[in-house]
Design a protein around this ligand. Structure first.
Ligand code: F0G
Length: 399
């Protein structure tokens, strides 16, 4: 067996062909394998024109999923840009096919769904997972069912999800209620669950880190900064860094900085307690993507922070919206949740945790156009000037 599911708590193993998201003991599962390739094969694929080599996920396929190449469901995805602005790097995952990092996990989960013979796939979502699921399910020919918190998903994300053909269940409750409900519904109705509690999602999302390391010619940065909501990415980044270090792809271990919005900060609270307890809260933030009070990947994310000597920080809605404006005005742009990274980095620099000269990569998780309402509430009103259709009016407006 070259790949298997393993409990992160008790270590019990299960076949990777089993439909299972947690262990008998209740803990999360992770995909493990007995061998890792050399990084040179990933570099060699950069000049290839094949879809699975151009995909920033499947370029790393030996360390993602042991699967026949013709079974892979790929758009392709990944291969996003790394920008350097003002001494900070930005890895823009909003450049994925559906506009968020979720496509990296979804290509793997959907490939696995088809191998397992699933007929329908489901998730709970604040909007990006649902859009990604809908797009990949359309490609794979599977029925897509998404559970969203009613009235709490941005118009663009909801429209995108509907456009790709998903059935939307708008749950009267928050994301955490929708998450509980989809877990129950998947078990009862035999629908394959592709939230990040699904360990195959995590395998895909690891490649955000591997691709940025490759972008930096495998000279690891000092810090990788990531927004934290349901904690799938924090978990995936920790696993990616561990595996890259153990395989000798990098010689240093970057520190992970997971950033939460203050109104949705259960992980930050646990961190402040030295991870002695798990918090569950009623979440509220303008960054609707991370309006999550009971993150499912808590235990994996704790390990990620501990194993990378990482930290968890919180930022206010004002701080993250200010950072968003800065990222937008660089001509790059991102959605509010993604801007927690720059807001967090600024805070950590000011407090001396991040030192001058340290190399920092902020991961921008979602595209600017994902949440236009947040933009229109945030830009100065005087930037739009309504005028009569005369040249005099133009001169007056610009004068
Ligand atoms: N950034 C964006 C843009 C997101 O959409 C999410 C999560 C996160 C950050 C947080 O990542 O959950 O791995 O800690 N969005 C999920 C969704 C919940 O349903 O689209 P995480």
């Amino acid at each position: 067996m070259s790949e298997w599911l393993q409990c992160v708590g008790c270590g019990r193993r299960f076949a990777s062909s089993e439909v299972r998201y947690t262990c008998e003991c209740g803990e999360l599962l992770s995909v493990e394998r007995d061998a890792m390739p050399k990084r040179e094969i990933f570099d060699a694929r950069l000049s290839s024109r094949r879809a699975i080599d151009r995909s920033g996920v499947w370029r790393f396929r030996e360390a993602v999923l042991d699967v026949d190449e013709n079974e892979i469901v790929t758009h392709p995805e990944g291969a996003t840009r790394l920008y350097e602005r003002g001494g900070i790097f930005f890895k823009h995952e909003g450049e994925n096919p559906t506009g968020s990092f979720k496509d990296r996990g979804m290509t793997v989960a959907m490939t696995q769904a088809r191998r397992l013979g699933a007929r329908a796939v489901a998730c709970a979502s604040t909007g990006n997972t649902s859009a990604s699921l809908a797009a990949y399910a359309a490609q794979a020919g599977l029925r897509a069912i998404v559970f969203i918190p009613a009235g709490k998903v941005s118009t663009g994300k909801l429209a995108q999800t509907l456009a790709y053909g998903a059935t939307v269940l708008a749950v009267r409750g928050d994301f955490d209620a929708a998450m509980q409900l989809v877990r129950e519904a998947s078990d009862r109705l035999g629908i394959y669950l592709v939230n990040s509690i699904n360990p195959f999602r995590i395998e895909g999302q690891k490649t955000i880190v591997w691709e940025l390391l490759q972008d930096l010619e495998w000279n690891a940065p000092d810090w990788i900064v990531v927004p934290a909501g349901n904690l799938g990415n924090t978990s995936a980044f920790g696993k990616a860094l561990r595996e890259a270090f153990d395989a000798g792809w990098t010689s240093t271990m970057p520190r992970l900085a997971s950033i939460q919005a203050r109104g949705a900060n259960p992980f930050y609270r646990s961190y402040r307690d030295g991870f002695t307890q798990r918090h569950r809260i009623a979440a509220e933030t303008i960054a609707s993507a991370i309006r999550i009070g009971d993150p499912v990947s808590h235990s994996k994310a704790v390990a990620a922070i501990q194993q990378t000597n990482g930290i968890v920080e919180e930022v206010t809605d004002e701080e993250l919206m200010l950072a968003k404006r800065e990222i937008d005005e660089m001509g790059i742009g991102c959605e509010p949740a993604s801007a927690t990274t720059l807001a967090g980095a600024k805070k950590l620099r000011a407090s001396g945790v991040m030192k001058d000269g340290e190399r920092i990569v902020c991961v921008l998780t979602g595209n600017l156009l994902k949440d236009t309402d947040a933009i229109l509430r945030n830009v100065p009103a005087e930037r739009t000037i309504e005028i009569d259709a005369t040249i005099e009016a133009v001169e007056k407006a610009l004068g």
